[in-house]
Design a protein around this ligand. Structure first.
Ligand code: ZN
Length: 354
């Protein structure tokens, strides 16, 4: 009650107070009222960069931390191995955002996992796939490139109990700058999600470094297809050309949409659904607006003990996602502008010229 009156005194009554929230949540909301609305902007960019000199040490330190955390969940493997991981950005909790690339071809596939680390089962999948590709270099042909970001939300993973949101309480899969973000995001969150904190889309789109990280990977590598691993809904969902269009598809749409079926077939005929997308989600941003076939693979439980069986079931599907022959045709939409296009640029040398 004290907190409630305090908030009223401070004029914070219009803040999102979840209808179902317990008293514990008010502290979180109050805290959030005092952080800046956006964690990242052109002005704060430098503080999110990992410099070239700091990169190897930062990656090593993070990998050791992930290894310890893996043991807690009964995963006895060394997650990173000795692979050439990259990290050019870090989170507000100073955890580098890892990615790795295989091949240099033009047919690119982006694979993401652990966007929502409270969903435990997808977490080792990205790391295992990276190792598998390292051990079997023939799997990525000369005309292909694979980019894997296995732990998109490390801060959520390192929380005492892993959270869906990042350290700032934002669901980064609702934070992409989609055309419907301003119109729908808050309304959907308040009504459909009953202001559930774990689904909070942020105060602004693209406000989180984890979102910007994914946007950067898309901008830089221009993937022809994307696969993001989640749990526990137990299906494959497709967003992109031909989505929600059962008939009258053109050849490109038909081929893009068939990607979901091809992955399903290689994954013991896993169920495919035609779900729609949310404001600010990756499927909406990449699949719907940028026309990049985007697959969400939802494993069927978050039970940490099931990782081995999911790995065996879905490895052929993951490899299918990589080898499936699809080259996206460049289509201009209203929202294809690059964000932070100078993100990886080194600071420009100062000159006297004006
Ligand atoms: Zn999820």
């Amino acid at each position: 009650m004290l907190l409630k009156s305090l908030m009223t005194m401070m004029g914070l009554t219009t803040l999102a107070i979840p209808a179902l929230a317990s008293e514990d949540h008010y502290a979180d909301i109050l805290k959030r009222a005092y952080v800046s609305s956006s964690s990242i902007s052109q002005e704060t960019l430098d503080s999110f960069r990992v410099s070239e000199e700091a990169e190897p040490g930062a990656v090593k330190e993070l990998c050791a931390k992930i290894g310890l955390r893996f043991k807690k969940f009964g995963w006895e493997e060394d997650p990173c191995g000795k692979l050439p991981w990259r990290a050019t950005l870090r989170t507000v909790k100073n955890n580098p955002l890892l990615f790795i690339t295989y091949g240099t071809g033009s047919d690119a596939t982006l694979i993401l996992s652990a966007v929502h680390p409270d969903e435990l089962t997808p977490i080792p999948m990205g790391f295992r796939l990276a190792k598998h590709l390292s051990e079997n270099p023939g799997l990525v042909s000369t005309d292909q490139q694979v980019i894997i970001a296995p732990l998109v939300n490390p801060d959520g993973f390192f929380a005492p109990n892993p959270t869906r949101t990042n350290a700032r309480g934002v669901d980064t899969n609702r934070n992409f700058f989609t055309l419907d973000w301003y119109e729908k995001s808050m309304t959907w969150w308040k009504t459909l999600k009953m202001k559930k904190l774990s689904h909070f889309p942020g105060h602004f789109p693209n406000s989180e470094v984890e979102t910007v990280f994914q946007v950067r990977l898309i901008d830089e590598f221009q993937p022809d297809k994307i696969l993001s691993i989640h749990a526990p809904l137990g299906f494959i969902d497709y967003d992109g050309p031909g989505d929600q269009k059962p008939i009258h598809m053109n050849e490109a749409e038909r081929q893009a949409k068939a990607l979901a079926g091809a992955i399903s077939q290689k994954s013991k005929n896993y169920r495919v659904v035609d779900y729609s997308f949310y404001p600010g989600s990756l499927g909406n941003f990449a699949g719907n607006e940028r026309h990049i076939p985007t697959i969400t693979l939802e494993l069927s439980t978050t039970d940490a003990k099931k990782v081995d069986s999911y790995w065996n079931q879905f490895l052929p599907g993951l490899l299918q996602a990589i080898s499936y022959p699809f080259k996206k045709t460049i289509e201009r939409t209203n929202n294809t502008q690059k964000f932070y296009s100078d993100f990886n640029d080194k600071p420009r040398p100062k000159t006297d010229k004006t």
